[in-house]
Design a protein around this ligand. Sequence first.
Ligand SMILES: Nc1ncnc2c1ncn2[C@@H]1O[C@H](COP(=O)(O)OP(=O)(O)OP(=O)(O)O)[C@@H](O)[C@H]1O
Ligand SMILES: [Mg+2]
Length: 295
Amino acid sequence: MTERGADDEIDFEIDPEDLEGSGPVVTEIGAPSLVVDDLHITYRVFGGKKVSPTPEEKPSFAKRILTSGRDQLGGVREVKAVQGISFVAHYGESIGIVGINGSGKSTLLRAVAGLIPPTQGAVYVSGEPSLLGVNAVLMSSLTGERNIMIGGLALGLTQRQVRERFDEIVEFSGIGDAVYLPMKAYSSGMGARLRFAISSAATPDILMIDEALATGDATFRQKSKERIDGVRENAGTVFLVSHSIATVEAMCARVLWVHKGRLVRDGPADEVCEEYKQFVRQVRERRKRDARAKS
Ligand SMILES: Nc1ncnc2c1ncn2[C@@H]1O[C@H](COP(=O)(O)OP(=O)(O)OP(=O)(O)O)[C@@H](O)[C@H]1O
Ligand SMILES: [Mg+2]
């Protein structure tokens, strides 16, 4: 895998106005909420580049005929997106996950959320992990209003609780009357804000956010930070995947740096982010040099 996209979206700029009173709130760290033990996730991609068999593996004539249709589509390719990640998260912690494009952050989050089964290893979650799969149940052909109900039910709220929180969710997302339009008509920012508003509506035990904050404006970021802090104050655990290092530094005390599916660092946000920034700078320099050499 190449280090593609290292400079595509990564945002170093700290805009103090975006994150007023920034810095993660200090919360007492409690008992473990989540244990990830030697997690491996391998995707099987059909129709990908064919891996040529070694002479001993060469299929017989009969087998070649029987599988000829599949062969035309290409073989099965394996993508090892997560390769042996282990860590323990605690109640009261907010943990940032950084890494360049394709490093396995979203896969890790989806596996922790129980949306993808581990190929190897295990994820143990204590408490209610119900919040986790909200994005998976939302349907773009339905209105925001319907999705609030569906997402709320998936979080374990009752219909009545969802109705009670409806106005607050819409208000938080800032999408206004667009809530009555199908979600496919939303801009990506509107969709992300509504998803975030829904997934954090139930003060979950574990709140997981994948890039949602990057799309919001300053006010939305500020509100998101307040909500994240709220979850932590209620002794939940927050995971935040973002290409905005400033956001991660402002909201998380601990950071996991994932590279090529492996955990390369797990430590205090300032230390890990500093090392990660240096790495990204090096990748940028190298790519610039390569581009110059080519031209
Ligand atoms: N559904 C899938 N099927 C096959 N391969 C996948 C799938 N989803 C992700 N991958 C591959 O797994 C690897 C990790 O992808 P992942 O989306 O977890 O990275 P990421 O760190 O979240 O990247 P980004 O910063 O771009 O969001 C990549 O090589 C990607 O191409
Ligand atoms: Mg991702």
